[in-house]
Design a protein around this ligand. Structure first.
Ligand code: PTJ
Length: 249
């Protein structure tokens, strides 16, 4: 594969592409994952390829929510597995959140490959191989979940997807933390907490924040959540994209 010089102005973006392509080649990422990555890149370009202040606030709120959760879970798809496997495993260890592979373009082969990949990156138990429950009202393959995992979770961390799962999860009482560079997507608009930022920046940030908040008493974590306004964060992300490129809303 072509080497990317570190001084290339779009170095990080090109490295991310390389990881997604590698994910497709090794069979963990769906070919549609390439298209999703392209959509994400376009929004990342608009937001300035940086973590804006409202996304930082959302990362604090998400970390507080994960630490307060009784049964948190991290839902892993083919893109997040390719981009941030080490960080997903570390977040699972730090917060006690289980990992469950849940795919839109589900094949048994990809499920097994992603589980193996996460184990190679340090995960102990990874759910998703034998789903035995269904999210009501969700007919896509993403509706197949594990009773001990997503089905009984109180907080679901959902990196990188757009669709109807978020609403279905909310309707059965879950709180959803979404990572999505597109603030207009269905998932971004519906989630309890939406982090409008690139998953490759989000994960290292969240790991630092979780370590910082880990020893805080619950009332401090509840304060962080009470002071967070998701709608404001989404509006800020849209306005940032418009202002940066001098588009009037
Ligand atoms: O592995 P599977 O089978 O579960 O499939 C995963 C994909 C991502 C292919 C599937 O869920 C899909 O098609 O997703 P969408 O509908 O393309 O939505 C992906 C969302 O993630 C879009 O809103 C993108 O803007 C956003 N996105 C893409 N790359 C990133 C991102 N958000 C944050 N960081 C990224 N790197």
């Amino acid at each position: 594969m072509t080497e990317i010089p570190e001084n290339h102005p779009r170095y990080h973006s090109l490295i991310t592409r390389k990881l997604i392509v590698k994910g497709v080649e090794s069979g963990i990422t769906s070919t549609n994952g390439l298209i999703a990555q392209g959509r994400g890149e376009a929004f990342d370009y608009l937001i300035g390829e940086t973590t804006i202040a409202s996304a930082r606030d959302a990362q604090y709120a998400a970390s507080a929510m994960l630490l307060l959760a009784k049964r948190p879970i991290i839902s892993v798809n083919g893109n997040s597995a390719a981009l941030v496997p080490d960080e997903l495993v570390e977040l699972s260890i730090l917060t006690g959140a289980a990992l469950e592979v849940n795919l839109f373009y589900r094949t048994e082969d990809r499920i097994l490959k992603i589980i193996k990949h996460l184990r190679a990156h340090g995960a102990q138990d990874v759910l998703g191989e034998s789903p035995n429950a269904a999210i009501p009202g969700l007919s896509s393959e993403r509706g197949k979940v594990c009773q001990a995992g997503i089905y009984s979770a109180d907080v679901v961390f959902v990196p990188l997807e757009d669709g109807d799962r978020c609403e279905a999860l909310l309707s059965i009482g879950k709180q959803v933390i979404a990572v999505d560079l597109n603030p207009l997507s269905r998932t971004a608009q519906k989630a309890t907490i939406t982090i409008v930022d690139n998953i490759t920046r989000v994960m290292p940030n969240i790991l630092k924040i979780v370590k910082e908040l880990n020893n805080h008493p619950n009332n401090k974590l509840i304060d962080i959540l009470d002071n967070f306004n998701n709608k404001k964060g989404l509006d800020d992300a849209i306005m940032t994209m418009c202002k940066k490129h001098k588009v009037s809303k």
